[in-house]
Design a protein around this ligand. Structure first.
Ligand SMILES: Nc1nc2c(ncn2[C@@H]2O[C@H](COP(=O)(O)OP(=O)(O)OP(=O)(O)O)[C@@H](O)[C@H]2O)c(=O)[nH]1
Ligand SMILES: [Mg+2]
Ligand SMILES: [Zn+2]
Length: 306
């Protein structure tokens, strides 16, 4: 078996869809990736939002725990967290939410409450890569042999946190956020696999900050990320209730009663529509592929028969 303590092997990667965290079999000459071993989890998003055809981009594979990183120094972004949670639930990894820069704010309670409101039961933990708050608790989430990936917008402190997790120092490059808007500078440009120190060790994956989180797969991610709304809709009078102005709608009743934020319902409807559009697009593309395949297989007729 491949010895993880051996120096890194670099191989060319022609044609194979390989992401950080993948286990691969290398060709005998050491030149190519021959096989990508089946993943037990994959964090996949849509590569481009505008493109004429949807292409999947796997950010990281074989992750046990995915940390959705948000900073306490910027206003909480519930809509972003909802999208990240859908991808996380669909990935097969266990999600946790971490709020960073705990050392820079006096009272993080409001930001935490705002994220918890959409976290669908996923724990929200406080941390600081600078003061070290929460770092041990986070490390405990990566037992030997497991992998934890950090995801989030640029500048939230993913690389800083990983540097703290591996025991201080500056293994990974970090840089100041922009002064005018507090956004990051996209310092990390490629995924990085980092080994936690110690004999029996876990692995960490740093990722470049992504601006837009577009949905890809259509598993049960939405149902799980919006479990509160789906639970309510079980009690709507009509099975196909659109939660608009139908009588006996438990969802609109919850909004009227102040227990459900109308923006959350709006967000969910938009995400469901986005997922449907993506499914349509994939179906249309597969159909086009099938047609092309059939045309190729059709036997050529001789001139006499035609
Ligand atoms: N005070 C404080 N500063 C932090 C903390 N975490 C990160 N920073 C600072 O925030 C800036 C951005 O941190 P990075 O770790 O580079 O952020 P990143 O998420 O890796 O950003 P990208 O690589 O661009 O995606 C740096 O100046 C860090 O020193 C923290 O917990 N406390
Ligand atoms: Mg970084
Ligand atoms: Zn309803």
């Amino acid at each position: 078996m491949y010895d993880v303590d051996e120096p890194t092997v670099r191989v060319r990667n022609i044609g194979a869809d390989v992401a950080v965290g993948d286990w691969v079999i290398i060709s005998d000459d050491g030149e190519r990736v021959e096989t990508v071993i089946e993943r037990f989890s994959a964090f996949t998003r849509r590569a481009s939002f505008e493109g004429n055809r949807a292409v999947a981009h796997t950010i990281a594979a074989n992750i046990d725990t995915v940390v959705l990183v948000h900073s306490l120094t910027t206003p909480p972004n519930q809509r972003r967290l909802e999208r990240e949670l859908i991808l996380a639930f669909d990935s097969g990894a266990r999600p946790v939410v971490v709020v960073t820069k705990d050392d820079l704010v006096d009272d993080p309670a409001a930001t935490i409450a705002s994220l918890e409101a959409v976290a669908s039961g996923v724990p929200v933990m406080r941390a600081s890569g600078i003061s070290g708050t929460g770092v041990d608790r986070l490390r405990d989430l990566v037992p030997p042999g497991q992998t934890m990936a950090l995801l989030g917008a640029s500048g939230v402190g993913k690389s800083t946190l990983i540097n703290a997790l591996v025991g201080g120092g500056d293994l990974l490059r970090t840089s100041e956020v922009r002064e005018n808007d507090g956004r990051g500078r996209h310092t990390t440009t490629a995924c990085e696999l980092v080994r936690l120190p110690g004999g029996e060790h876990g692995w960490l994956i740093d990722t470049p900050g992504v601006r837009a989180v577009s949905l890809w797969s259509s598993g049960t991610g939405i149902e799980r990320a919006f479990a509160d709304v789906f639970d309510l809709s079980e009690r709507c009078r009509f099975r196909d209730c659109k939660h608009e102005d139908e009588p006996g709608c438990a969802v609109t009743a919850a909004i009227a009663g102040g227990t459900l934020d109308p923006r959350r319902l709006d967000a969910m409807k938009r995400l469901v529509a986005e997922e449907h559009a993506l499914e349509e697009e994939q179906r249309a593309w597969e159909k086009a592929q099938d047609k092309r395949g059939m045309r190729k297989q059709r036997p050529r007729r001789s001139g006499a028969e035609g």
